[in-house]
Each structure stands twice: as C-alpha cells, then as structure tokens.
Design a binder for this molecule. Structure first.
Ligand SMILES: Cc1cc2nc3c(=O)[nH]c(=O)nc-3n(C[C@H](O)[C@H](O)[C@H](O)COP(=O)(O)OP(=O)(O)OC[C@H]3O[C@@H](n4cnc5c(N)ncnc54)[C@H](O)[C@@H]3O)c2cc1C
Length: 457
C-alpha cells in the first residue's frame, strides 16, 4: 500500500498537516494512521455515578482518536510565543505567530465563528500583578470551549475524509527507513511513502522514543512540571477570567527562587482526570455552553523541574510522584488548602464541611505525603501571592488536587523544516518536544505541509 505522505496520529498536528497538504497539493495521496477511535466513537466512561474514576480503557478516549488529546479539551488556542512550546526557536517568532493566526482562521471558518478572542494587550491587570511580584505573560487566547471545539473537529473531519484515507484503531509499531522513503507497519499491515509525518502526541511519547532510538535520531530530555490543580469559586478570579479568560502568571518564590506558574485556567470549568500510560493525573476543562458550566474556576500551579547530568529520566521522576498519589489515593487526591496548612489530611467529614463543592470525585488525602517539599512550598507561596490580586485564593476551602504533572516529551533533533536527520521524515506536535499546546502543535503541522507541498523552504 503506497502513498505520497503517511501521517501518524490524528491530533491537531496530524489534522492540520493533512488540511494544508490537501489544500496546497490535492494530487497527493495521503494516509492518516490513528490508534484511537473516530471522533463520534470517543467516549470516556467516567460518568460520575456508576464509573467515578479512570478504568484504564485502551485506547483512552480522552487522549486518543480523531482530535487527539485536544478533542475534549477546553479548546483554548493561545496565540503567543511566550508559552505553549518553543516552535519559534526553530522557525522564527514572526512565522510561528503567522501560522497560529492562520490556524485560528481555519477554526473560525469551520464552526468557531462567534467565539471570543481574549487579549492581555493594554490590560491594567499587568500592573496590579507586577506590584505583587507576579508576571502576567502576553497572549491572545481564542476560547472555543469543549463543545465548539468538537464541532470544529467534526467539520474538519468531514472535509478531510473526502480526500484523505483514515485508518482508525491502527497503532503504528515501527517506522523503517527504505531507499527513498519509509515503511510504516501497524499490526500485520505495512504502508510505504517517500514522506512520513509523525504526530503521535504525548500519548505516543514512549513509542516515539523507540522510533528515535531505532533510527538513530538524537534526543534530549531534562524537564518535567509538577504541581496541583487549584479549584475555587468562580467569583474569586472573575475579574481576571472575564477580561483575559486565561491568565498565565509566573511567580519567583522567595524561599528557593523557583518559578511557579499558572497553567490551563478554566473559568466555570470542571476538574478531570487524565490517564497517561496508566498513570492517573489531574487536568481541567470548561464548556462554552452555559448549561454545562459550573460554579468553580480551576487552574494548575506548576513548578518546572530541570535536571542536569547524569540524570536523564525527568518524565520518570514525574511519573514516580504521580504513582505515589495513585498508590495513596487510588487515583487523584484532593485536599483543602486549610488542611494542608494545618498539617492534616482532608477526610470525607472535612470535605463535607467544605464550602467549595468539588467538580471531580477524588480521594480526600494529604498532598504533603506525595509532593516534594520544595515544590509544595513554592505552590503555597504562590497561592498567598495570588491572594493579593484575587482575595479568597488562599482560604481554607480552596481545593488542591494532585498531582498535576506536565510531562515533556523528549526533544527530537529537528531542522527548521521540522525534519529529522533523515530526509522526508518529519516530527511535529507534542511528540517532537517543541510544542505543548493546541496552537503550536497545529502550526507545526501547517509548517511541514507547506514545505512538503513545495510552497516554502
Ligand atoms: C484534558 C486536556 C486538556 C487540554 N487543554 C488544552 C487547551 O485548552 N489548550 C491547549 O493549547 N492545549 C491543551 N491540551 C494539550 C493539547 O491537547 C495538546 O498539546 C495537543 O493535542 C497536541 O497535539 P498533537 O497533535 O501533537 O498530539 P495529540 O493531540 O496527543 O495527538 C496524537 C495522536 O496520535 C495518536 N497516536 C499516538 N501514538 C500512535 C501510534 N503509535 N500509532 C498511531 N497513532 C498514534 C494518538 O492516539 C493521538 O490521537 C490539553 C490536553 C488535555 C489532555
């Protein structure tokens, strides 16, 4: 079975590379191989009643399938080089922004019209943050919301399916270099093409490591972000979220000089679990549809851990911490901030007294038994700093869910076309280690597609 381009993974990276290839070079025969389900068959069984926590489905409908890890996300497309990836380091800042804006246009023309674009430009909140040692990063944020994000994906799929061959439930095992191309094997089948784009995302990170090893592609890995998801009443952060929706705030701790940052803010959202290779961590999302909104806002507070030689397994370190919380709590642990400060665990009785009603069913426990002291101290310090710009943050009933781990895929050595040392083999999106977001992953797909279509060098 031979094609012009084989794309591995139907997340944002894979989808947008197919979209642009189909637009610029409709004569090319494209194949997308995807381990998960088509969009309409993706269902996470957690319903909060019969099934309350992750039961480890294979494939996981949250992480795999058409739309990738982003399918049930909040659909926040951050148009910025300040966070979400380091794509700009390879392709240039202007180019990266231009591609992110182009992705935004595509989303708008496929069902996203009418959604709001928030911006930090000219906000007085920046000054207020600075007066308390908090740094608000510049960004424009298109918030599609989980429901509109789904509609956009549905429309993109319907359009792509007319010209692109999709194979779902097809987990690629190997990518082999041939004379003038690549052989990709999945189950008992094999497919060949002169060009192959790998966009396997975070869930494909371990597999990607194996591909790099087999094909002698250089990689490096030294970072993991560890922290908690904070949940509090919507009103506490409403002055920030109403104006900016997502505010990325960075704080340097006085105690250790570590950087703690807010991440993935979900006004009126829900806390959710995430299963990465069998390890249950916490995340969050929110809906545009008012009927599905909650009384709470959630966001992560993360501390970046960079390791130096000889330690190389930064993700392994993050996994061990997440495993510890899974061991103690059977999944995610929740603790009231007040209990943490008083040095006691949260238990079902204390949770019953809690004014903030949790949106995720998690096991009440003690996060100080799980999260390293230095990281936890940083999180506590930042909660007090945030309390100055959003009074009500550092109160007894603020909920902390743990652990939230942001795994960084190892960074694959790529050139400015996102091509590996092997001609015709491209690695894009989160599995390249250079993107960690919807907009950057999507932009990387467009970048490679234009190069393959011969439109840009
Ligand atoms: C709950 C949640 C909420 C999020 N919210 C946001 C947000 O609001 N804004 C934001 O910017 N980012 C968000 N993210 C991150 C964002 O979803 C990712 O950065 C983005 O999806 C990366 O796109 P990708 O194409 O690189 O990879 P993915 O979206 O992970 O897609 C990779 C695809 O490859 C498939 N695959 C993996 N291995 C193989 C294989 N061997 N063979 C075949 N197929 C394979 C997977 O099944 C998957 O579908 C969120 C993530 C989660 C989990």
């Amino acid at each position: 079975m031979s094609y012009d381009v084989i794309i591995i993974g139907a997340g944002p990276g894979g989808i947008f590379s197919a979209y642009e290839l189909r637009r610029l070079a409709p004569e090319l025969k494209l194949l997308i191989l995807e381990a998960g389900h088509p969009l309409d068959r993706r269902r996470c069984p957690i319903d909060g009643k019969k099934i309350k926590s992750c039961i480890g489905c294979t494939p996981c409908s949250i992480m795999n399938g058409f739309g990738g890890a982003g399918a049930f996300s909040d659909g926040k497309y951050n148009i910025t080089n300040e966070f979400g990836g380091t794509l700009h380091e390879l392709i240039g800042k202007q180019r990266a922004l231009e591609l992110m804006r182009y992705v935004d246009d595509i989303n708008l023309s496929h069902g996203g019209a009418g959604t709001k674009l928030y911006s930090t430009a000219n906000t007085r909140l920046k000054k207020e943050c600075l007066s308390h040692g908090l740094h608000l990063l510049d960004a424009s944020v298109r918030h599609l919301g989980t429901d509109i994000n789904y509609v956009v994906l549905e429309n993109l799929y319907n359009e792509l399916a007319e010209q692109v061959e999709f194979r779902f439930h097809t987990t690629v095992n190997t990518v082999e270099k041939l004379e003038g191309g690549y052989r990709v094997t999945a189950g008992g089948e094999s497919f060949v093409a002169p060009r192959c784009i790998i966009s396997a995302g975070r869930s494909g990170s371990k597999w990607m490591q194996g591909v790099c090893k087999a094909l002698h592609i250089a990689t490096k890995s030294n970072r993991v972000d560890i922290g908690v998801r904070v949940e509090l009443p919507y009103e506490v952060f409403s002055h920030l979220t109403d104006e900016l929706y997502e505010s990325k705030i960075v704080y340097r701790t006085e105690k250790y000089g570590d950087l703690v940052r807010t991440f993935c803010m979900n006004p009126r959202g829900a806390v959710v679990t995430e299963n990465t290779n069998g390890i249950v961590t916490v995340n969050g999302h929110s809906y545009e549809d008012p009927a599905r909104q909650t009384e709470n806002t959630n966001f992560a507070l993360l501390v970046a851990k960079h390791f130096s030689e000889p330690f190389k397994d930064s993700n392994g370190y993050g996994e061990s911490i997440a495993r510890l919380s899974n061991m103690l709590g059977g999944g995610v642990i929740v603790q009231r901030f007040g209990d943490l400060i008083q040095g006691r665990r949260s238990n079902p009785e204390r949770m019953r007294d809690c004014f903030t009603v949790p949106t995720l069913h998690a096991t009440p426990g003690d996060l100080s038994l799980v999260i390293p002291k230095r990281i936890l101290d940083g999180i506590i310090e930042m909660l007090y700093a945030l309390d100055k710009i959003a009074p009500g943050t550092a109160t007894i009933d603020t909920l902390l869910y743990g652990v939230e781990v942001k795994f960084y895929n190892m960074e694959v050595a790529l050139d400015a076309q996102l091509q590996t040392c092997h001609e015709g083999l491209f690695v894009i999106g989160d599995c390249s280690g250079i993107t960690h977001s919807l907009s950057h992953a999507s932009a990387s797909g467009i970048h490679v597609a234009r190069y393959i279509a011969g439109r840009e060098a």
